[in-house]
Design a protein around this ligand. Structure first.
Ligand code: SF4
Length: 333
């Protein structure tokens, strides 16, 4: 709940507005998991609230810690459905980034993605999205500083709930809007909807191929929202919002990591205000793709840089616990 919703809640119990602020602090700043931990609220008020509310019903079903410090959680919701959530730390940065899921499973069926094998099960509610970050904060005692919607599910196919969660992250967790990133495989109507908002989270596009035919063989979404139309939509988006976008491109050996692909991508992105984030394919046990060679990665990066774009190679986190990009599959379950 936002502070406004908490105030409506405390009003309904004939509690003061100050109560709402106290509860808000306990949940979002002090990360408590139980109303009884809110020790500056009288016992009688806590008992009254406990009869009709609870802070959380999410269970940590499994927790894996990578040798690089990444933590992957398997979280179980009240209906028994589970999602994976990842906390990433980077040695030389103070940032703590939570990679959250937006759906149980996913309908998009990208060929390199372990989540796709689960199929689509259901959307997550705003509360279930927010609970992922609260659970991390409760479990580690740390404050998450950045959130990326790059876990399980396609966030733009659950946009209303994602936007509600983003509001709470922005206002109640006090995480700046530019530190909130939504990654999409390219759902064009919803990108247009994002462009109409008063302010936007950072938008990342999972492109992964430089032309229609290659992308179609990797990502079925290309059949519905082809790359040419996607590029036009992105240019319009940048024109309306002024925001730079991120193009994510997973390099897969022998598939999309050639010099020709790099040149095509450079041409495709001419005129688009975008940075490029190259992701090294992370093998999972559910497809036959392979990691690219170091030489092909460097060549690919060089060609894009020559075209004037800023190019970064995403640091691989948590691959030893299947927590890296494309590896989230609820394997434990
Ligand atoms: S990459 Fe993202 S959109 Fe594609 S299947 Fe996996 S979770 Fe869904």
């Amino acid at each position: 709940m936002s502070l406004e919703e908490l105030t409506a809640f405390t009003d309904s119990l004939q509690e003061s507005k100050y109560r709402a602020k106290q509860i808000h602090n306990w949940i979002y700043l002090k990360s408590v998991s139980d109303i009884n931990q809110m020790t500056d609220i009288s016992k009688s008020s806590r008992e009254k609230m406990s009869q009709c509310a609870q802070v959380t019903d999410v269970k940590i079903k499994n927790r894996q810690i990578s040798s690089d410090g990444t933590i992957k959680y398997l979280l179980e919701f009240a209906d028994g459905n589970c999602v994976e959530t990842v906390l990433m730390r980077f040695d030389n940065r103070a940032n703590l980034t939570a990679c959250v899921s937006s759906q149980v499973g996913c309908a998009c069926n990208c060929k390199f993605c372990a989540t796709a094998k689960l199929g689509f099960i259901r959307n997550l509610s705003p509360r279930e999205i927010i609970e992922q970050v609260l659970t991390i904060q409760r479990d580690t005692g740390l404050k998450v500083t950045n959130i990326v919607f790059m876990g399980q599910g396609e966030p733009l196919l659950n946009l209303d709930n994602v936007l509600k969660a983003i509001d709470i992250f922005n206002i109640d967790f006090v995480i700046g809007i530019r530190r909130l990133t939504v990654s999409t495989c390219g759902i064009i109507p919803q990108i247009k909807r994002l462009a109409e908002l008063d302010f936007q989270p950072t938008l990342a596009i999972s492109l992964h191929a430089p032309n229609h035919e290659l992308r179609k063989s990797l990502m079925p979404v290309e059949n519905k929202y082809p790359i040419e139309e996607l590029m036009t939509t992105l240019k319009d988006y940048v024109g309306v919002t002024g925001r730079r976008i991120t193009i994510e491109y997973t390099l897969i050996k022998g598939f999309n990591d050639s010099v020709e692909c790099a040149k095509q991508l450079a041409v495709l992105l001419i005129g688009l205000k975008a940075n490029i984030n190259l992701i090294i394919y992370n093998p999972n046990d559910q497809d036959d793709f392979e990691k690219p060679s170091k030489e092909s990665i460097q060549k690919f990066k060089y060609i894009l840089e020559q075209s004037g774009k800023k190019v970064t190679i995403r640091l691989e986190r948590g691959a030893d616990i299947d927590a890296a990009c494309g590896q989230l599959s609820n394997k434990y379950k």
